[in-house]
Design a protein around this ligand. Structure first.
Ligand SMILES: NC(=O)c1ccc[n+]([C@@H]2O[C@H](COP(=O)([O-])OP(=O)(O)OC[C@H]3O[C@@H](n4cnc5c(N)ncnc54)[C@H](OP(=O)(O)O)[C@@H]3O)[C@@H](O)[C@H]2O)c1
Length: 294
């Protein structure tokens, strides 16, 4: 092997995402060892040149860099803890999604066992991996990031290091998936409400896209307001927003459609109003959520 040969990499976990990660590494020429609890999920990768390990320990010993991507951190721990001795002195990059607290706990476990640890959050779907549209966020020691960033770049698109705190990638992940899933719930609910009003989903869709197009500027405005703690309304107030939400809840429940998601949003706006912030911009609601968390 010369200095320029791609480094060996092991991938633990071959769901849709693990298979995409291993496929991107193979495409970039990395000697790639794979392991999965259900072994036959490796078949296509083996046809493409991957080496199938029969045990986690064998997989870990094959490479200085080990990627893990399974359903949650409990599964990661079930896989890596029995192989702690083999992982000692190697780097584990955990690309599984879970909570920031579990990321901290796994980083602590890794430190106790002499394992260099990076936590990663994959923000784009499996088909993007290896291509320019991929976005993977990393956090953990800078030295570990620098040692492996060239290899991790082969997972595609933008690979960004967010800092030494191992929980920072997972913190971004849960916040960004909060945007995604509350938006998706709102979209699904809106279609149900429209269909109850005999409006075809495909007729509503162009207007729903128009609402979506308003959001990027609102995201920037809310972020600026929160960092400046400036909630003086210049377009619309929380009181006005709450009145609008109440109409949607009434219309949905009039059709027997559960309005729980919007009821929760309406309750937060109500707490802001009762605290004397009814004339403020909607950004104030984020501060109300923060108070509840404190
Ligand atoms: N798919 C995507 O587009 C996407 C996008 C962004 C992020 N992610 C994240 O990537 C991670 C993996 O997602 P995925 O789509 O590949 O599929 P997944 O359904 O979340 O995970 C499947 C993998 O987890 C393994 N697994 C589950 N329980 C296990 C256990 N107790 N012990 C050992 N292995 C276990 C499965 O093994 P078996 O095959 O043996 O069941 C399989 O390898 C998740 O955290 C997900 O949120 C996925």
């Amino acid at each position: 092997m010369t200095d320029h040969d791609p480094a060996p990499v092991t991938v633990l976990g071959l769901g849709p995402m693990g298979r995409a990660l291993a496929g991107a590494l193979l495409a970039a020429g990395h000697p790639t060892t794979v392991w999965n609890r259900t072994a036959d999920r490796a078949d296509r990768l083996v046809e493409r040149g991957a080496r199938r390990a029969t045990t986690v320990e064998e997989a870990v010993r094959a490479s200085p860099l080990v990627l893990a991507c399974v359903v949650d951190y409990a599964a990661v721990r079930a896989i890596v803890e029995p192989a702690a001795a083999a992982l000692n002195g190697r780097t584990l990059v955990n690309l599984t999604a879970d909570t920031p607290q579990r990321a901290r706990e796994l980083a602590d476990w890794a430190a106790r066992h002499g394992v260099d640890y990076l936590d990663g959050a994959i923000m784009t779907p499996a088909p993007t991996i290896g291509g320019p549209a991929a976005l993977v966020l990393y956090s953990g020691p800078e030295r570990t990031w620098q040692a492996h960033r060239a290899t991790l770049a082969h997972l595609g698109g933008d690979a960004e290091w967010l800092g030494a705190d191992p929980a920072r990638a997972a913190g971004h992940d849960v916040a960004l998936l909060d945007v995604f899933w509350t938006a998706m719930s709102g979209i699904a609910h809106a279609f149900a409400l429209a269909r109850a009003e005999k409006i075809r989903a495909t007729d509503l869709a162009p207007y729903a896209r128009g609402i979506g197009n308003l959001l990027p500027d609102l995201i920037d405005d809310l972020a600026r307001r929160l960092d400046a703690d400036d909630h003086v309304a210049d377009v619309s107030s929380i009181a006005s927003a709450a009145a609008g939400m109440a109409h949607i809840i009434e219309a949905a429940e009039g059709h027997g459609i559960d309005a729980g998601v919007l009821r929760a949003a309406h309750a937060a706006a109500g707490r802001a109003i009762r605290a004397g912030h009814g004339d403020d911009d909607f950004s104030r609601v984020a501060r109300i959520y923060e108070q509840a968390a404190a």
